[in-house]
Design a protein around this ligand. Structure first.
Ligand SMILES: N[C@@H](CCC(=O)N[C@@H](CS)C(=O)NCC(=O)O)C(=O)O
Length: 222
């Protein structure tokens, strides 16, 4: 049987969320770990824009946006109801995911890689520029925190909570890989400044066995 092929990069947050949904949906596939500096010609042939993840189906169809891969996988099998949150709607989740892309990701990139954005510094120095973008990124985390507080639970207390109801759904899985990146860049700063609910929410999601599975290093030669 021919399997779908997923071109992926282990540490890429977009690829993480795609792998997570494919895993939960139980989609059997072959993974091809990509070196971003040396992308396989077979991947570029089907998706010239050159970003991971890319899913190539046995019939040749190509899905090369992470959110589309998630939705494709969950439309096939959605055992935890990620597309149907207990509160809010799919549309509301997609709006929050879009806000993560527009209101958080640009600040995350500038916080982590200020040198890449040197032309934007305009008088600031590197630490100042980076710090300013950390502060701006916190704005999105406060919006998440408000949503989590509305759920009234706390993962640490065994209640479990998500952004759209007591259980995680699409938005949680699509957004948490980016929050993880911010936390890992400077864990002490994150612990001190990020809203506590967001820290607990992230820890609870990252402690799931399925996250561990999708982060396992590919076997050599796989
Ligand atoms: N909108 C795309 C974004 C994917 C993306 O930007 N992936 C990064 C890696 S995290 C990438 O492949 N960048 C290309 C490169 O670095 O050459 C998606 O959601 O799939």
């Amino acid at each position: 049987m021919r399997l779908p092929v997923l071109y992926t990069f282990r540490r890429c947050p977009y690829a993480m969320r795609a792998r997570w949904a494919l895993h939960v949906a139980g989609v059997a596939l072959r993974q091809c770990e990509v070196a971003l500096r040396d992308k396989p010609p077979a991947m570029l042939a089907v998706s010239p824009k050159g970003t991971v993840p890319v899913l190539v189906l046995p019939d040749g169809a190509v899905i090369d946006e992470s959110l589309d891969i998630m939705r494709w996988a969950l439309a096939r099998h959605d055992p935890e109801g990620w597309l149907t949150p207990q509160q809010g709607s799919l549309e509301a989740m997609l709006a929050l995911i879009a806000s993560c892309e527009q209101d958080f990701k640009p600040h995350l990139d500038r916080y982590k890689y200020p040198v890449r954005y040197r032309c934007e510094w305009a008088g600031a120095d590197e630490p100042g520029f980076s710090q300013a973008h950390f502060e701006q990124g916190l704005g999105f985390l406060h919006a998440l925190s408000q949503r989590l507080s509305l759920q009234g639970g706390a993962a640490g207390e065994g209640g479990g909570f998500g952004l759209f109801g007591p259980q995680p759904a699409l938005a949680d899985i699509a957004i948490v890989p980016f929050v993880r990146q911010m936390a890992r860049h400077d864990p002490a700063r994150f612990a001190q400044r990020a809203p506590a609910e967001v820290g607990r929410w992230m820890q609870a999601l990252l402690a799931r066995d399925d996250f561990e599975s999708i982060m396992r290093k590919p076997a050599a030669g796989a």
